[in-house]
Design a protein around this ligand. Structure first.
Ligand code: G3I
Length: 357
């Protein structure tokens, strides 16, 4: 009897061993999963975008093709600035902006409008304008009503005021400030809201990642406006950064801004490899890797903020061929000059695909 039961135990063990072996054999036979090759817009839980040039959209097939493949949000790099939209008093030039809006509608992309009020890219007629405070307010109101009104319901969000603060947190002395006073900021948001009550309105600024003083000043100023009832809905962090900036500061800028409870948009992201502007610079693998780490950590930081506050990430340009920094020379974006994905792109993908946030 004892002999029989030992045989049964032996058989069971043998069977178990076979099952285990079968299991591992099966596993060995399982097909290796294909690498996930879905584009950014398909793997991202928040909008991903780029700032675009209209002439490149019109003339370079690979450029528009890559935009359509990867992104679901677009910003006009220059076409919606005041100098471009209103070259002369009471005269508007809509062709490029209209083309941009049509492109986004055809391809079902979100548009982030950039930018209504800035000290730069002003038309000469505004830079030289002489008028009373009331006349300046009226100029500002007419411009914002005309532009935001034209694209009401088509442009999801606007950078209403861009770069109104200096690094020390005090107001920048722009034509708007000098002629209207700090009140121009609140008025601009009010006018934009009147023209399109459905648009999400941003204050856009640079430097949050390198100056804690400026980061605090921006957030305090905007929260104060919100408490006063001014329709500001979000803060844009331009984040024109470089491989020498610390990873921690990039994350802090996003986290601290999200603590305002407002929407957060990384609105002009690029990560320069050559901040010292060496004219003979060639990218090294080490630098490209440092760049990748920073892209990855910015995307991961955005994954960590509440979904309702996340307006997404927009890179400032499409490929290294298209950046405002390229003449330095530099290679600050996700795609190289041949529109091929760089390590930086893989860094963003890794952060977007992670599920353990
Ligand atoms: O299109 C004209 C061209 O016809 C002319 O021949 C040429 C001569 O200079 O100028 C061309 O326009 C230039 C335009 O870029 C397009 O290349 C403007 O002079 C030049 O001032 C403009 O620079 C832009 C800059 O803002 C000023 O508006 C950059 O492309 C753009 O990347 C940059 O973007 C800014 C954001 O709006 C705000 N945050 C900072 C960011 C980087 O500076």
């Amino acid at each position: 009897m004892k002999h029989i039961s030992l045989s049964i135990v032996f058989l069971l063990i043998l069977q178990g061993h076979l099952l285990v072996s079968c299991g591992s054999t099966d596993e060995e036979l399982l097909p290796v999963p294909e690498p996930d090759s879905r584009p950014l817009k398909e793997i991202s839980s928040f909008p991903v975008g780029a700032a675009l040039s209209i002439s490149k959209m019109k003339n370079i097939a690979g450029y528009s093709g890559l935009v359509k493949q990867e992104f679901n949000s677009i910003t006009a790099e220059n076409a919606m600035k005041m100098a471009n939209l209103s070259p002369a008093q009471d005269r508007y030039s809509w062709d490029d902006a209209d083309y941009f809006v049509d492109f986004a509608e055809t391809n079902r992309m979100r548009i982030h409008g950039h930018c209504l009020v800035w000290h730069n890219s002003l038309p000469n007629w505004v830079a030289n304008y002489q008028g009373t405070k009331e006349e300046w307010k009226s100029l500002l109101r007419d411009y914002i009503h005309t532009v935001v009104g034209r694209y009401k319901g088509k442009i999801a969000s606007w950078d209403v005021v861009n770069e109104a603060l200096l690094d020390d947190g005090t107001p920048r002395k722009t034509v708007w400030y000098n002629n209207i006073g700090w009140e121009y900021v609140a008025l601009a948001f009010q006018y934009a809201h009147e023209a399109d009550p459905g648009a999400v309105l941003f204050y856009n600024e640079y430097g949050q990642e390198y100056s804690k003083v400026k980061l605090k000043a921006i957030n305090d100023s905007i929260v104060k406006l919100v408490k006063q009832g001014v329709p500001v809905h979000g803060i844009g962090l331009q984040m024109h950064t470089n491989i020498n900036h610390s990873l921690d500061n990039l994350v802090d800028a996003i986290v601290v801004t999200s603590e305002t409870g407002l929407k957060v948009h990384v609105s002009e992201l690029d990560i320069a490899l050559n901040p010292n502007k060496n004219t003979a610079y060639q990218p090294t693998e080490k630098d490209l890797n440092e760049q990748m780490k920073r892209y990855r950590i910015v995307a991961a930081a955005m994954m960590n903020i509440p979904a309702g506050q996340n307006w997404g990430i927009t890179t400032w340009g499409l490929s290294d061929n298209d950046s405002w920094l390229t003449s330095i020379p530099d290679h600050p974006l996700l795609f190289d000059k041949e529109y091929q994905a760089k390590a930086a792109y893989e860094g963003v993908r890794e952060a977007l695909l992670r599920t353990d946030y």
